[in-house]
Design a protein around this ligand. Structure first.
Ligand code: ADP
Ligand code: MG
Length: 682
């Protein structure tokens, strides 16, 4: 019997209309109903008033002393009060707008009330009142589930219905997890855990039930991911790159700096993947300035040594140009031919570049989205690197991978994602992390100032420019009003041009043409322009080492990740750098963000705090972030369970008897039922 196939309308008391109302809540089958978990519980267990905190919810039982008094405020509003003897402690109970209870509450009667406890006034503001033995027996001592209800579905009715469903079908709830895992973690059996989640006997009971079901949920999720990974690995024949370690080592030794330990480690992980015949699918994360580009260069070099072409895809033209230049500087002295492909090249140049790629004359291609167009065909693509991969959709990622015969793929991101999120959203990838900055990096001094100090900030910028430094001044994109947004930047630009003369100020905004933008960036990079006012976020990854000042105007309008990226634009040269956040935040969160920025420069710490402030959905920002919706699991709280479940799922799919063993065969069946017997990442 499959509970998912039994319509909820087969339960007594669920007719067509109730059925529709339940469907509105997403409940169609009996299985849906059993898994419609409460989001909290009403606690009707007797409280110890001596220990109860002020303002907490309590449930007490006592004897009514004296006649309750009632006062009316107008026709509808009232306040009734009575004295209650709770085991010798005399307290007061207040009922607001519940005058209907007046005739039911009599002196000498034992009643149970539940509500907020005012410790100072020894008073309970009653929310629920249970009079009479029957009612008290029904509720007292229980944790009652609170569901999200609506329409024609009422709380009490739903509770009863769920209870009924368990009576009828509880025995049919199948166990999903292999016995071995249940034993290893002493998990509550599935049927009992599901029942307990609705009707826990106590807090501990409920906690154990939740733990069991969260584990199951995460395990089943990871099982799908691990299964897909395994299929991909076994069905796709990757390129087993072959190169000489000594040659790679020589390249590394020729760099103008020694690699950090973290860089060495991730290079090892990446080269290991490249050597193996399994197709690499790896995420490389590292804070801004942690040195990902050089890691990419080493991988591209090894790829070239083994006789393959490589591609680096970046989200913007300016970045493409910049990466093109740095890769050319690093690789061309060794004979690697690096070319640039963007959407803005003239037809002839483009044809020429495409020809070189097609004939295998170009070894490394740096480009934007233009790289994934049909016209681009490689001769022997062996490695694809995508920078800032979160800006590319899943579809784009897949398109580029299809360009060659299963090339190795490396994704790079400067937005560190806490590990639990990373393995959830990018679960099909391996993750490498650069968690160490090159030596001698000076952390950027960060200040938060109010707007009324603006004149002083201008003087500060002037002083820095006088000593040969450069500054960014960023103002936010005001989405409601593009006009206002531009006006802000324009005004700042004009003001600074006048106040800072003879220092040259440049303006960069979203409505300039690509050529105009590039021209301004070039002038700034060459120090012809000393101060750059920009509306749009300065392109992620631009590198102007002489810039040491980052001023962010209305900084509270930016998210933490953005602020951190912006701050990463300075502190790249040798000099001490400063970041000034100018903001009068209006919200608590705004204040908190400013505080976090001044407290730490560690990107991982910032993203952890950001996740705390905003929760996973908002943190990832985009709707199609790939974040799964879990019924019970909370990625922030249940990170440890996720790790364990992931490891268990990984080893299960490798078991030779996975498909056949009676305990695991149903799971295997589930995977094939889901159509996961083919690769369906997209
Ligand atoms: P990311 O791409 O991770 O933001 P980059 O690769 O642009 O960082 O590196 C930032 C700067 O640090 C570059 O100028 C680069 O040459 C330099 N760099 C990279 N690795 C090291 C290192 N191990 N020691 C010193 N400087 C380094
Ligand atoms: Mg490989």
């Amino acid at each position: 019997m499959n509970l998912a196939d039994i319509p909820v309308t087969t339960l007594p008391g669920v007719g067509e209309r109730k059925g529709e109302a339940l469907a509105e809540l997403g409940i169609r089958s009996v299985a849906d109903l059993l898994e419609y978990y409460p989001h909290r519980y009403e606690d009707y267990r007797l409280s110890d008033l001596a220990a109860a905190e002020n303002g907490s919810k309590v449930t007490v039982r006592g004897i009514v002393r004296g006649q309750p008094g009632i006062r009316w405020f107008g026709k509808k509003r009232s306040r009734m009060a009575a004295r209650l003897d709770v085991d010798g402690l005399f307290i007061r109970v207040a009922w607001f707008n519940q005058a209907f209870l007046k005739d039911r509450i009599r002196p000498g009667q034992t009643i149970v009330v539940s509500g907020r406890w005012d410790r100072h006034r020894l008073e309970v503001t009653a929310e629920r009142t249970f009079i009479g033995e029957e009612e008290q027996k029904k509720h007292l001592g229980r944790l009652e589930p609170v569901y999200s209800v609506g329409g024609n579905v009422k709380m009490q009715w739903l509770r009863k219905l769920i209870y009924e469903a368990f009576v009828r079908y509880g025995k049919e709830i199948p166990e999903m997890l292999p016995e071995e895992l249940i034993r290893r973690y002493r998990l509550m059996p599935r049927a009992r855990a599901m029942y307990t989640l609705h009707f826990p006997r106590g807090t501990e009971d409920g906690r154990l039930a939740r733990r069991r079901m969260v584990y199951e949920e995460l395990f089943l999720y990871e099982l799908k991911i691990m299964w897909l990974r395994r299929l991909q690995r076994t069905s796709v024949q990757g390129i087993a790159h072959s190169f000489d370690d000594a040659d790679v080592e020589a390249f590394i030794n020729d760099l103008s700096f020694p690699l950090t330990g973290a860089q060495r480690r991730v290079v090892g992980e990446i080269l290991g993947d490249m050597r193996s015949s399994v197709q690499m699918n790896r995420l490389l994360q590292g804070d801004v300035g942690s040195g990902k580009t050089v890691v990419a260069a080493i991988a591209l070099y090894a790829n070239w040594l083994s006789g393959h072409q490589g591609a680096l895809m970046v989200p913007t033209e300016i970045l493409a140009e910049q990466h093109f230049r740095s890769l050319r500087d690093l690789l061309e002295p060794r004979g690697v031919r690096v070319v640039l492909l963007t959407g803005h090249q003239g037809a002839r140049e483009r044809r020429d570049v495409l020809g070189q790629i097609g004939m295998g004359l170009a070894d490394v291609v740096v480009g934007t989205h233009a790289l994934i167009q049909d016209a681009v065909s490689f001769r022997r693509l062996g490695l694809v690197i995508m920078d800032e991969q979160h800006r590319f959709g899943v579809r784009q990622r897949a398109l580029l991978r299809e360009k060659g015969e299963a090339p190795d793929v490396l994704h790079m991101t400067a937005t560190p994602i806490p590990r639990t999120l990373a393995i959830t959203v990018f679960g099909e990838m391996d993750v490498s992390t650069i968690d160490e900055m090159p030596a001698g990096r000076q952390p950027v001094d960060t200040y938060w100032v109010k707007k009324d100090t603006w004149p002083r900030i201008i003087r500060f910028i002037a002083r820095e420019c006088a000593s040969g430094r450069q500054a960014y001044v960023i103002c936010p994109l005001i989405e409601e009003s593009e006009k206002l947004d531009l006006q802000n930047a324009q005004e700042l630009y004009e003001q600074l041009t006048v106040r800072l003369a003879p220092v040259r100020v440049g303006l960069l905004h979203g409505r300039m043409s690509q050529a105009e933008k590039e021209e301004v960036m070039r002038l700034f990079a060459e120090n012809v322009v000393q101060v750059l006012v920009s509306t749009t976020v300065v392109e992620v990854g631009v590198n102007v080492p002489n810039a040491t000042v980052m001023v962010v105007y209305d900084a509270d309008r930016f998210g933490l990740a953005q602020l951190h990226q912006l701050r990463g634009r300075v502190g790249r040269g040798g000099g001490a750098s400063t970041c000034v956040l100018v903001a009068d935040p209006k919200s608590e969160h705004g204040v908190e963000r400013m505080r976090i920025m001044t407290e730490t420069t560690d990107g991982f710490e910032i993203s952890r705090r950001d996740l705390e402030l905003r929760g996973p959905g908002d943190f990832l920002g985009v709707k199609q972030s790939g974040l799964p919706e879990f019924k019970l699991a909370d990625l922030q709280e249940d990170g440890r369970i996720l790790e364990v479940a992931r490891a268990d799922a990984a080893s299960l799919v490798e078991r030779p008897d996975f498909a056949r063993h009676p305990e695991t065969a149903p799971l295997y069946g589930m995977l094939t039922n889901l159509g996961l017997d083919r690769i369906t990442f997209d």
